[in-house]
Design a protein around this ligand. Structure first.
Ligand SMILES: C[S@@+](CC[C@H](N)C(=O)[O-])C[C@H]1O[C@@H](n2cnc3c(N)ncnc32)[C@H](O)[C@@H]1O
Length: 344
């Protein structure tokens, strides 16, 4: 924390909250060796000269100027044009920068993932460039910024950023999902258990999804929580089922249908005996079956959930309705299926 005299005669200190990168002794050696450079005509903060061949690690090989890729100042203007008087984002990235990156890295129709969406710049740019996108954001600004921003992009109301450069006119849509709480949590002994926040219906829906069944609880058959075909069903219960209960279930299901039974445990029979005695039932234990679906320590986390929620086909549009209003209707219907968005 020493003062340095610049060639212009000013005495300067390190920026607030920082310290110099070299001790005073080392700095003086650098000075003697003519390795210190003072920018701004000699009045700026000193920089250590580093010569080719001395660099540690990878050095940048290209330089993107602010004329080429924008800067934080431009990005702030973009955000305040969308959200006047908003100070939520201190250092947003300019759309132009993301445009350059996506131009290099992607083709039209590709899927762009931003798992820390922030103000939603990456999704907005991807959308204007005809890429598909997934954004993930846990902050409330998902609702206050990202969703309104993408609505403006879709409705052709966002005139800023790269809109003019790519001749963006509006269009497209998106779906919004709210993540459910984690299905598995550790109990106080560190054992994995089903999260107590899950009620019976949430648990049945989650297991149906994981096991590749469509969640569709029957109003008349208590053991039908979902189906994978006309004759194959899933039943989810946190009970410890007795042999008598399993027999009753098997009788209800009958020989023409099959049932996947997800339960906490079963008693009175071994798994092998159960398979032989009730061929129309498949027994799986929770949470072991859920853990078996989880993948740990992979380099590649390919999504292995087979029945991802799909968009409902849009109703046929009468020719007279084509245009912005119809796009908006479809987009809001997709987005606000219910107050909270769909739960994934
Ligand atoms: C620096 S911002 C991202 C900027 C953005 N990617 C861009 O290109 O401008 C980081 C964001 O990640 C969000 N975030 C942090 N942890 C997260 C998590 N585990 N899941 C989702 N979002 C997260 C923060 O709320 C914050 O909005």
């Amino acid at each position: 924390m020493y003062k340095i005299e610049t060639p212009t005669g000013d005495w300067i200190e390190p920026p607030k909250g920082r310290c110099w990168g070299a001790t005073e002794v080392v700095f003086k050696e650098y000075l003697k060796d003519n390795r210190v450079y003072f920018p701004n005509g000699g009045s700026g903060r000193p920089r250590i000269k580093q010569f080719r061949g001395e660099e540690k690690g990878l050095v940048p090989m290209t330089w993107w100027s602010s004329e080429f890729a924008g800067d934080n100042e431009a990005a702030k203007k973009e955000i305040s044009a969308l959200f006047p008087n908003d100070e939520a984002f201190g250092t947003p990235k300019p759309e132009e920068l993301i445009w350059r990156v996506l131009t290099i890295a992607t083709n039209p129709g590709d899927l762009v993932l931003d798992s820390f969406a922030g103000s939603g710049t990456t999704g907005a740019v991807a959308h204007k460039m005809g890429r598909r996108w997934i954004m993930v954001e846990l902050g409330e600004h998902c609702h206050t910024h990202i969703i309104p921003r993408l609505k403006k992009v879709i409705d052709g109301e966002d005139k800023g950023g790269i809109t003019e450069a790519v001749n963006w006119q509006g269009g497209g849509g998106f779906r919004y999902y709210k993540l459910a709480p984690s299905l598995i949590v550790n109990d106080r002994w560190g054992n994995p258990v089903i999260n107590p926040e899950y009620n019976a219906a949430m648990l049945a829906e989650a297991l149906a999804k994981l096991e590749g069944f469509t969640y569709a609880p029957s109003e008349t058959r208590w053991w039908q929580h979902g189906h994978s075909s006309e004759r194959d069903f899933i039943y989810v219960t946190t009970q410890n089922l007795s042999a008598e209960q399993l027999q009753a279930l098997s009788d209800e299901v009958g020989s023409e249908q099959s049932l996947l039974v997800c339960c906490s445990a079963f008693r009175g029979v071994s798994a092998a005996q159960a398979a032989e005695r009730w061929p129309n039932l498949t027994l799986k234990k929770i949470p072991k079956m859920v853990l078996a679906r989880c993948e740990w320590g992979h380099d590649d986390y390919s999504l292995n959930v087979a029945n991802l929620p799909m968009a409902q086909p849009a109703p046929a549009e009468p020719a007279v309705n084509k245009g912005r209003k119809t796009r908006m209707d479809r987009h809001t219907a997709d987005l606000f299926g219910d107050d909270e968005g769909d739960v994934l």
